[in-house]
Design a protein around this ligand. Structure first.
Ligand SMILES: Cc1ncc(COP(=O)(O)O)c(C=O)c1O
Length: 370
């Protein structure tokens, strides 16, 4: 796509009619994404899949929904680097690298170690091949050191504009508010029944929080079951509430009507009958570490043409299958597939390993699984 094409604004979003001053949004995603019946998952309740993996031919999944709003904002409107945060196999960093390379903008990344599944290794290979530059530490808790190193390096050079981890902030979250409105339209058109539960995975909270608000604005009563991919200290009710507050503030700042905005987040969700709960049972040994149930869910999905991964969506599907088996999910259920599932091989350059920072290059083999 040409640079002009990459900067085409989206005029057809649902927030246009809900906000008196909607912020700009780039047309990066192919929307709406399909809603498909998934009989192979039925187990006492009917299951549907929201195919966000089809949200972009370049790199689908949930991230492009957030990037549509973020990259259109004044804050990210320049042509300099963008700096963000993630594991060395972060899907968020891959999405950002791919959407930035179309306009020749560099990606600077503050990174930490995570186990490298074959999928993760492919992500890392793509990031190196696309020219992403890492400021790397071993542990997530040491990220402030990566930040410090970056600040010192960037001072005489060009410091990137900072994008929140997972592209989750008030503006990025609008992408999932829009997703909630999109689902509401699909339900109204009869594409699927109103779900009793929606299963979505949670990392930096933007997707789930935005979706909850979008469904509430559209008046779709449902339960969001948020399956954590991250330990409790990294993702919990407090952080979700904070994200709900940030996205809500963004909506109000852009003219969410009084009738919806007056009662705050709690009033909006309660008024529409949108509830949420967080399930931490699938995290297993930690962020990025595959679990047996998650890996089995990935295998099952692959047999039915759905490409998941073991960090987020596999764990989410494992939780859904367990809840169906245990009778917790009454249905109808929507499984929200937030993973791109794109084949990244076309981006990978031979010899990409040479671009790794030295301290990471020494660790790649030790981190690699299967
Ligand atoms: C495939 C996938 N699904 C879901 C998420 C989590 O979304 P959020 O960070 O908005 O909670 C991520 C985050 O990187 C992801 O890569």
């Amino acid at each position: 796509m040409s640079e002009a094409g990459a900067r085409r604004l989206r005029e057809d979003h649902g927030l246009g009619s809900r906000l008196s001053r909607p912020p700009p949004c780039l047309a990066l995603a192919t929307l709406p994404t399909p809603l498909e019946r998934a009989r192979w998952l039925d187990d006492g309740a009917e299951v549907w899949v929201k195919r966000d993996d089809q949200s972009s031919a370049l790199y689908g999944g949930g991230k492009v929904r957030k990037l549509e709003w973020l990259l259109a904002s004044e804050r990210f409107g320049g042509s300099g680097p963008i700096v963000s945060v993630g594991g060395i196999a972060s899907n968020h960093l891959v999405a950002l690298a791919l959407f930035l390379q179309r306009t020749g903008r560099p990606l600077h990344a503050l990174t930490f170690e995570q186990p490298l599944t074959p999928h993760g290794r492919m992500n890392l290979a793509a990031l190196m091949s696309l020219g992403a530059r890492f400021w790397h530490v071993r542990r997530r808790a040491a990220l402030p050191w990566a930040w410090l190193g970056y600040q010192l390096w960037a001072k005489p050079v060009v410091r990137g504009e900072f994008m929140a981890p997972g592209a989750s902030d008030g503006r990025g979250g609008l992408g999932f508010v829009e997703a909630g409105l999109e689902l509401a339209r699909q339900i109204a058109e009869g594409a699927a029944p109103r779900p009793g539960q929606i299963y979505i995975t949670g990392g930096s909270a933007g997707a789930a929080a935005g979706l909850a608000l979008g469904l509430a604005i559209a008046g779709v009563s449902t339960e969001l079951r948020i399956v954590a991919a991250v330990e409790r200290w990294g993702f919990n009710g407090l952080l979700l509430r904070r994200m709900l507050g940030q996205i809500f503030a963004e909506l109000v700042a852009h003219g969410l009507g009084d009738s919806l905005g007056r009662g705050g987040v709690a009033g909006l969700l309660a008024g529409a009958g949108v509830t949420w709960s967080i399930d931490h049972t699938q995290v297993g040994p930690g962020y990025g570490a595959p679990t047996a149930a998650g890996a089995e869910a990935v295998r099952l999905a692959a047999q039915h043409g759905l490409h998941l991964e073991t960090t987020y969506t596999g764990k989410c599907l494992a939780a859904l299958r367990g809840d169906l088996r245990g009778g917790r999910a009454q249905g109808p259920v929507i499984f929200w597939n937030t993973h791109a599932g794109a084949d990244l091989r076309r981006w990978v350059k031979p010899g990409w390993e040479a671009a790794l920072p030295q301290r990471l290059a020494r660790r790649v083999e030790a981190l690699s699984l299967g």
